[in-house]
Design a protein. Structure first.
Length: 217
């Protein structure tokens, strides 16, 4: 019996996946959480075999959840997300995710990902992701994977794309402005740019943000 925990903020998705899981003879949904912090605590309490986790949670990023869980647990993690950019997928893998699928209301795909990850001890990727060969490339646009943006840097570049100032970013992430500036300097170095607008353009090319960076005035 595969014991699962789901960390997902959308109620209809939680209900649909939980119903589908509990209809399987070899699976059981033992815990469901709406936020990242709630999910981390639930995982520590229940110690499930497999976690299904979304990236976009209302409190902390699913990437932070993955990192926290993987610190002292061998629990398998399947990301269930609407984000398919190279940066997001690669960051999830580097954080410790075992498999990655996209939200499509595709129950057979979710079940296949769970079984492949747990029974076969292999990574499973959504066909739409694998089709782009993200994981068979040694570099992204000439940049090594080791230069990818961290979870925090991805949050900051997204806020920059929305036109947020350093002060507003600091308030949103509960960090100091000097810390924000430090992260931005690292982003500039990784993207090999020297200005904010160039960082957004490069981040868009690499798939870290959508093509709406021109919001910045």
């Amino acid at each position: 019996m595969i014991r699962l925990t789901l960390i997902e903020d959308e109620e209809l998705i939680r209900l649909g996946i939980t119903t589908a899981i509990n209809q399987q003879p070899d699976m059981e949904m033992i815990g469901v959480a709406r936020t990242g912090i709630e999910g981390i605590n639930l995982v520590k309490e229940l110690n499930p075999d497999v976690i299904l986790v979304d990236i976009g949670l209302p409190d902390i990023s699913g990437l932070e959840v993955i990192k926290e869980v993987k610190v002292d647990s061998k629990t398998k993690i399947v990301v269930l997300s609407s984000h398919s950019s190279q940066g997001t997928v690669q960051s999830a893998l580097n954080a410790g995710a075992d498999s990655y699928i996209l939200k499509k209301n595709n129950v057979p795909l979710i079940l296949e990902a769970i079984k492949t990850t747990f029974y076969d001890n292999k990574s499973f990727f959504d066909p739409d992701i694998s089709r782009n060969n993200f994981f068979f490339q040694q570099k992204i646009k000439g940049k090594s994977y080791q230069d990818h943006l961290s979870a925090t840097e991805m949050q900051i570049i997204s806020l920059m794309a929305d036109g947020s100032s350093n002060k507003l970013i600091a308030e949103r992430l509960f960090i100091t402005e000097s810390t924000v500036k430090g992260h931005i300097n690292k982003i500039f170095a990784k993207l090999d740019v020297k200005a904010r607008v160039n960082a957004l353009i490069e981040a868009s090319k690499l798939g870290y943000i959508e093509q709406d960076y021109l919001k910045v005035g």
